[in-house]
Design a protein around this ligand. Structure first.
Ligand code: PLP
Length: 410
């Protein structure tokens, strides 16, 4: 089946031509940046130039850029590395504050620390639009600031696109001497992201969400944090992260981030217009569809639209749209073939039935009006069929048989 509309750019977006060119160019070169000979030094130069480009695009110093094997690794390093560093300094600081809508790459390391390293997890609540409740953070820090190791709140949510009040979080946490990490994987290239200006202590970015390759990312981290390593070995990255550096991927990653940041205003403006047309079109085609996340479009990622469709299973809708050539995401995870409602939607106060009817449509640099039109053409029929399947089988019917197992939404 020909794909007529790819609307899952938040999961991964095509590699930008300029990044692909750099990737291919470097693939034919040899040299480990840790080697001392000419080829090694050339590879080192490519890595350090990429580091400077990344730092320049994101308002960081080159020495603050720790290259990793993607966003998940950077999130693990931030949460575990900060926790271990803080508890080594002061064993009383065992509380880990994370928003309830974090990606699993933040939530799961935090829960791992609770299970294996004596951390106490505090899930910070969000409002009905998925925005962190600052009053809850304020109260939590007032009561337990001296026992808190770190706060992690994402810059923008990957499911419903909600932008979080990063500056306010930093101000509250720093007043208690608590470092703040933000997962900015979805934010870079869509909204302005400046590491120094944000006041953050650590920030995660990933290659394949911005037109770079998959399997490369970075943690921007202030040098004085004393992060404890997660990966041990040759200590290639500041002694904090080990593993031979993937020069082609790193060089292409830097080109992609630079292009995404330089072109952000124009691309985000164009995609916001398409997104608004998509939202209006979905509402026109399926009047009882409910837009989730912020009602004010300026409070959400410009490339994100997220709906729940009453009476439908998101999974059924996804496969029906897929068979019409339209690709999107449900935002929920599967366990043993049974779709689980999204933890993000549940944290926003939806009940399980509503949360099961979720679909996320996310745009990216190649998106056009044709993608939106293809969705709008296929959607009414898919919704009718998903509803009929749901009604025919009672509660839970319409779940696609043998639904694929996933670990969570990208
Ligand atoms: C918000 C967020 N954080 C982290 C990740 C993980 O990044 P990566 O796929 O580079 O490991 C993703 C993507 O799935 C994401 O959307």
């Amino acid at each position: 089946m020909r794909v007529s509309a790819y609307l899952d750019h938040a999961a991964t977006t095509p590699v930008l031509p300029e990044a692909a060119a750099v990737l291919v160019e470097h693939l034919s070169r040899t040299g480990n940046p840790s080697s001392l000979h000419t080829s090694g030094r050339a590879a080192r130069r490519a890595v350090e130039e990429a580091r400077e480009t990344l730092a320049g695009a994101l308002g960081a110093r080159p020495s603050e850029v720790l290259l990793t094997g993607g966003g998940t690794e950077a999130d693990n390093l931030a949460v575990k590395g900060l926790f271990w560093a803080r508890t080594a300094e002061d064993p009383a600081r065992r509380r880990v504050l994370v928003s309830a809508v974090e990606h699993h790459a933040v939530l799961d390391p935090a829960f791992w620390l609770a299970e294996h390293a004596g951390a106490e997890i505090v899930l910070l609540p969000v409002d009905g639009e998925g925005r962190l409740r600052l009053d809850a953070l304020r109260d939590e820090l007032a009561a337990h600031g001296a026992e808190t190791a770190l706060v992690s709140v994402m810059w923008a949510n990957n499911e419903v696109g909600t932008l979080q009040p990063v500056a306010e979080v930093v101000a509250l946490a720093h007043a208690h001497g608590v470092p703040v990490h933000a997962d900015a994987v979805q934010a870079v290239g869509q909204v302005p992201v400046d590491f120094a200006a944000s006041g953050l202590d650590a920030m995660t970015i990933s290659g394949h969400k911005v037109g770079g390759p998959v399997g490369v990312g970075a943690l921007l981290a202030r040098r004085e944090l004393g992060l404890v390593p997660v990966l041990h070995g040759g200590g290639q990255e500041r002694g904090v992260r080990s593993g031979s550096l993937d020069v082609p991927a790193i060089a292409a990653f830097a080109v992609a981030v630079d292009a995404a940041v330089c072109g952000r205003e124009a691309t985000a403006g164009r995609l916001a217009g398409l997104r608004d047309a998509l939202v209006a079109g979905v509402r026109g085609a399926v009047p009882d569809a409910v837009l989730r996340g912020p009602a004010d479009p300026t409070d959400r990622l410009p490339a994100n639209a997220h709906f729940t469709f009453p009476g439908c299973e998101g999974d059924s809708l996804l496969y029906l749209l897929d068979s019409a050539g339209v690709e999107c995401s449900t935002g929920s995870a599967c366990q043993a073939g049974v779709p689980q409602p999204s933890h993000v939607l549940l944290a926003m106060g939806l009940d399980e039935a509503d949360a099961r009817g979720a679909l996320r449509f996310s745009l990216g640099w190649p998106s056009t009006r044709d993608d939106v039109d293809a969705l709008l053409a296929a959607l009414p029929g898919a919704v009718d069929r998903a509803r009929a399947a749901g009604l025919a089988g009672g509660p839970g019917a319409g779940r696609s048989a043998g639904a694929r197992s996933t670990a969570g939404v990208a």
